[in-house]
Write a protein of this length. Structure first.
Lengths: 285, 258
């Protein structure tokens, strides 16, 4: 178990793919990050965990330059994302793959065309080569036989596997997963877990997995960060995180319904509200 | 982005309307900039012409023939009072080409194709498809918005032409076949009095209405709130804004052409 201020052994700068240093970010007056610091290292699977609503997906939006920090420094491959022009942002994204929570497949084209989409947009490869690449990627996720199905015909797990094939079709260096385990049955979940691990090893990728599924991440993550209230409250290997720490880390890792993150949404005193029949729900001091 | 510390601005309806107009204008500029690159993919545009145009044909033809029939009926009724029923062809063509054709087609277009465009793009926003494109370094304005905008823009004059043609047939059907107006007079008076400028006015109006209706439909879908309620509201705004603007612009264009 390490504190947020923990710094690992000196790393080569080239090993750091994503680095957030004291990042502050707010949306509509609501503070999301207040001094977030974390790193994702080359060739490793970095897990970013935290209770719902802590801004895990927002972190991915910052990394992919869909939004920019209010202050602090966020670098991807050594480049500060706030200084990138739109052309450079697009160039950066061609080196990334992203797996969305719901797959985000294009619904008006079939599975094959979905996977071929980035190739057709960014390369002028001949059709036979595109076909071979797409079938190779679909084979890797076990869905070569589903190439001509439409997205509406896929189950949730299959859609996510197709999205994974699409995310790796351009051979990215960084693969980002946004809540990849949500809503999956145990078999589909096991498949996705195995694929994340396999992709990282076989393709030499760097992976960032954002999720609140602690036990799934424990099995695949090399490094883990736990975010709460806008900052990293614990970091280390999943085992180190599980070994103990502050009350909030313990509550999160054990899944306790009550603790530093309360079961009840803030409300006036229960007894007083029940006795005060005239007061409308939610009214109180 | 943080809004803490920024001065509190009370947004009234006028300020919100101005913001909306400004945002739509900026969106139009970005969209037009992407129309050139989008032309490199004619297949996408043809598909949208099919969606916005061919799929609206039935409703356009039904409305056209009804409108023409009413023109034949009421026109004959009015012109008979002056003993001028032979001019029914001119009256019907004049009304259809210059006003009823472009305006009614635009209103029907907003209700049929415009709402379909808004809800389709809105659902793409809600299901992260547009964000996924951005993440694949593909500009959704070029791949999604521009082909749909161009498809609508091209489909509108074609639909208006169909509406006009079917409308004239409807006027002839009632005026000539039912009310007994002379067939020769109906067509020859129309041929001699309707000028190319009248046809041009019809085309220009339909292009302008097509531009406005397609722009609004694409804009509302593109910036809709990614929820079921958000997409529903955006679809409503598309119909209301397109219809009102069509009627306002019709007066302006009519005044310009006169």
């Amino acid at each position: 178990m390490t504190s947020p201020e923990h710094r690992a052994a000196p790393e080569a700068a080239s090993d750091i793919v994503v680095a957030a240093e004291d990042v502050h970010f707010a949306i509509g007056g609501r503070r999301i990050f207040s001094g977030l610091t974390l790193r994702a290292r080359r060739g490793r699977i970095t897990a970013v965990m935290g209770p719902s609503g802590t801004g895990k997906t927002t972190l991915l939006r910052l990394i992919t330059a869909q939004a920019y920090p209010d202050s602090g420094r966020l670098t991807v491959w050594g480049r500060d994302v706030t200084t990138l022009r739109s052309r450079e942002v697009f160039a950066m994204r061609t080196r990334m793959g992203m797996l969305f929570q719901n797959g985000a497949l294009l619904t008006d084209i079939d599975v094959f065309e979905n996977v071929a989409f980035p190739l057709r947009e960014h390369t002028s490869l001949p059709e036979p080569l595109i076909r071979d690449i797409v079938l190779t990627k679909l084979h890797a996720v076990g869905l070569r036989g589903a190439a001509r199905l439409m997205p509406a015909e896929l189950s949730g797990g299959m859609a996510r596997r197709v999205a994974l094939a699409r995310a790796i079709v351009m051979d990215p260096e960084l693969l980002i997963y946004d809540e990849p385990f949500v809503g999956l049955d145990p078999i589909a979940l096991g498949v996705i877990l195995r694929l994340i691990q396999k992709m990282n090893e076989a393709l030499g990728l760097t992976s960032i997995v954002v999720s609140h599924d602690v036990h799934e991440l424990e099995t695949i993550a090399d490094d883990s960060y736990l975010i709460s209230e806008g900052r990293v409250v614990a970091s280390g290997t999943p085992q180190e995180l599980g070994a103990g720490g502050s009350p909030i880390v313990q509550q999160f890792m054990s899944g306790s319904p009550d603790g530093p993150v309360p079961f009840h949404y803030p409300a006036p005193d229960y007894a007083a509200e029940l006795l005060d029949g005239a007061a409308a729900p939610g009214e109180g001091p | 982005m943080s809004t803490e510390g920024s001065p509190i601005v009370r947004e009234g309806p006028i300020l919100r309307a101005l913001q909306h107009i400004g945002a739509t204008f900026l969106f139009a500029l970005q969209l037009l900039a992407q129309c050139g690159p989008a032309l490199a993919r004619p297949g996408l545009i043809v598909r949208q012409i099919y969606n916005a145009g061919a799929r609206s044909l039935i409703i356009i033809m039904l409305s056209g023939i009804s409108t023409g029939a009413v023109l034949g009926l009421q026109g004959d009724n009015l012109l008979q009072r002056f003993g001028s029923e032979n001019y029914l062809g001119i009256a019907a063509a004049f009304g259809l080409l210059k006003e009823l054709g472009p305006v009614l087609t635009a209103l029907l277009f907003a209700g049929r194709a415009g709402t379909a465009l808004t809800s389709e793009i809105g659902m793409m926003r809600a299901t992260d498809q547009l964000t996924a494109m951005e993440m694949m370094a593909v500009d959704p304005l070029r791949y999604v918005a521009a082909p749909r905008f161009l498809g609508g823009l091209i489909a509108m004059p074609l639909l208006t032409a169909v509406f006009n043609a079917v409308g004239l047939y409807g006027a002839q059907l009632i005026g000539v076949e039912e009310m007994g107006v002379d067939r020769g007079a109906f067509w020859s008076e129309m041929q001699s009095s309707i000028a190319l400028a009248d046809v041009r006015e019809s085309i220009v109006k339909s292009l302008v209405f097509g531009f406005v209706a397609s722009l609004i439909a694409v804009y509302e879908g593109y910036y809709s709130d990614g929820t079921a309620e958000g997409v529903g509201l955006a679809t409503t705004r598309t119909v209301v804004a397109s219809s009102v603007l069509t009627l306002l612009l019709d007066y302006v264009l009519s005044a310009v052409f006169l």
